[in-house]
Design a protein around this ligand. Structure first.
Ligand code: IMP
Length: 429
């Protein structure tokens, strides 16, 4: 029982970075399997704050091999800057390896991200503008450039010439300035040379690690309801942040995923547009935003805040085969006398037992709530279950019972130490 997926169980930003940091030093491999620098993971440790967008949080552990797997979208410039920045903060990092199958994000993807968002008008998605959607579009269109090609200069030049001609036609159509191949090549050949030493096969490394029963931690980015298939389409990202995505993105088979822990906040947040039935666009939402410093790590945008949506969380537990929950940011709810939790969706004719699949259905959803008692105390000093107020314990128990998934870990502050491990057996099995 050696593989563990840490998956975002809501709309992203569930504090997965902290959790991966806490568990990363127990793993030999930490693997990012989907998305790119649209993600933002914050790790606070030893008085330092690390902000990761591409590097797995495991990079801070020197005996861990960090892997950027084939399912990822990698911006070379952002990755190199992140490596340098992290090295300035901590001299000895763990080893890094990049899959030759991972796709490369280029400036024309970022340009298209902006042009396409403008063209959407009122239907914009609120993307992070990092070019991730246009890059995955190229992947599906079978014109993407993979890392394995990018680091071979002659091959890269040839592929770029083919692709850019095609992309520039689209850019011009959308009113943008065509991208010049000469300056792009000059800049990106330099990045390719710097990244080349990191690029080599990762599938076999991971498959062998699983056979040897070594611990592999798959670090999810974004969250379940941003999944291209299972999220609130079309307000989703373009990859698969779910547990299934860990198989697709790495080449590990489904039966080799032993444990999946779903990270969820004690409330709900979302950045960008799209359905959010429990959103509180009012004083409570504002209180949660300020107490939880709910501003995006990647874009700095204020996050939309609301009550915990247990209907969505239960669905997420099923999609991801969750073996346990990691409930984060319980401390943020302190001082709110009554906490609402959504226990049913009503779409006009009584509660429904499914999750809508179209925006017009989502618009009709009325969240039905149950009220639970809150707590006033600052709980960030708690280090074991018994240290928590009874009302916090009841809140956690209610989540477990409703979702049918036991809590493995509680997080009650941003620091590594501000963590309560309730059921260690759920982590590695
Ligand atoms: P994209 O991934 O930049 O294409 O953005 C698509 C949607 O996913 C937007 O609503 C983004 O705000 C959201 N999104 C992408 N990455 C993250 C993340 O790491 N956390 C939260 N939301 C994200």
């Amino acid at each position: 029982m050696s593989t563990l997926v840490i998956v975002g169980a809501q709309w992203g930003d569930e504090a997965k970075g902290k959790i991966v940091d806490v568990l990363g030093n127990q793993a030999t491999y930490v693997v990012r399997y989907s998305g790119g620098n649209n993600a933002g993971h914050t790790v606070i440790t030893g008085g330092k704050t690390f902000k990761f967008h591409l590097l797995p949080a495991g990079i801070l552990h020197k005996n861990t091999l960090s892997i950027l797997a084939g399912g990822m979208a990698i911006c070379p410039k952002a990755l190199l800057e992140e490596i340098d920045r992290t090295r300035e903060q901590q001299a000895d990092l763990g080893e890094l390896r990049i899959s030759p199958s991972a796709h490369v994000v280029f400036p024309y993807h970022r340009l298209l991200d902006q042009l396409e968002e403008s063209a959407r008008g009122n239907n914009k998605i609120g993307t992070t503008s990092r070019g991730i959607g246009p890059m995955y579009t190229d992947k599906v269109q079978r014109i993407g450039i993979r890392m394995g090609e990018f680091v071979k200069p002659e091959l890269f030049k040839k592929r770029l010439a083919e692709v850019l001609e095609f992309k520039n036609r689209l850019i011009t159509l959308l009113g943008g300035e065509p991208v010049k191949i000469e300056s792009l090549l000059e800049e990106y050949l330099g990045y390719a040379a710097k990244l080349a030493p990191y690029v080599s096969d990762t599938e076999s490394v991971l498959q062998e690690a699983v056979r040897r029963d070594e611990r592999v931690l798959f670090e999810g980015a974004q969250g379940t309801f941003l999944d291209l298939d299972h999220g609130t389409y079309p307000y989703v990202t373009s990859s698969h942040p779910t547990t299934g995505g860990a198989c697709l993105g790495t080449g590990i088979g489904p039966r080799d995923i032993h444990n999946a822990l779903g990270v969820c906040k004690a409330y709900t947040t979302r950045v960008g547009e799209g359905p959010f039935p429990t959103e509180q666009d009012n004083a409570v939402g504002q209180q949660i935003r300020e107490q939880g410093h709910e501003y995006g790590t990647t874009t700095g945008r204020p996050r939309r805040c609301g009550w915990l949506d247990l209907v969505a969380l239960r669905h997420s537990a099923r999609i991801n085969s969750l073996s346990g929950l990691i409930i984060t940011r319980l401390d943020v709810l302190a001082g709110i006398p009554e906490l609402e939790v959504c226990t049913a969706y009503d779409m006009g004719s009584g509660p429904v037992n499914y999750i809508p699949s179209t925006p017009c259905e989502w618009e009709t959803v009325q969240a039905q709530y149950q009220t639970l008692a809150g707590w006033d105390e600052d709980i960030s000093g708690a280090r074991k279950w018994e240290d928590l107020p009874k009302t916090t314990q009841d809140y956690v128990r209610f989540i477990e019972e409703f979702t049918g998934v036991p809590a493995a870990i509680l997080s009650i502050g941003p620091d590594r130490e501000e963590t309560i491990v309730l059921r260690p057996e759920l982590i590695w099995g």
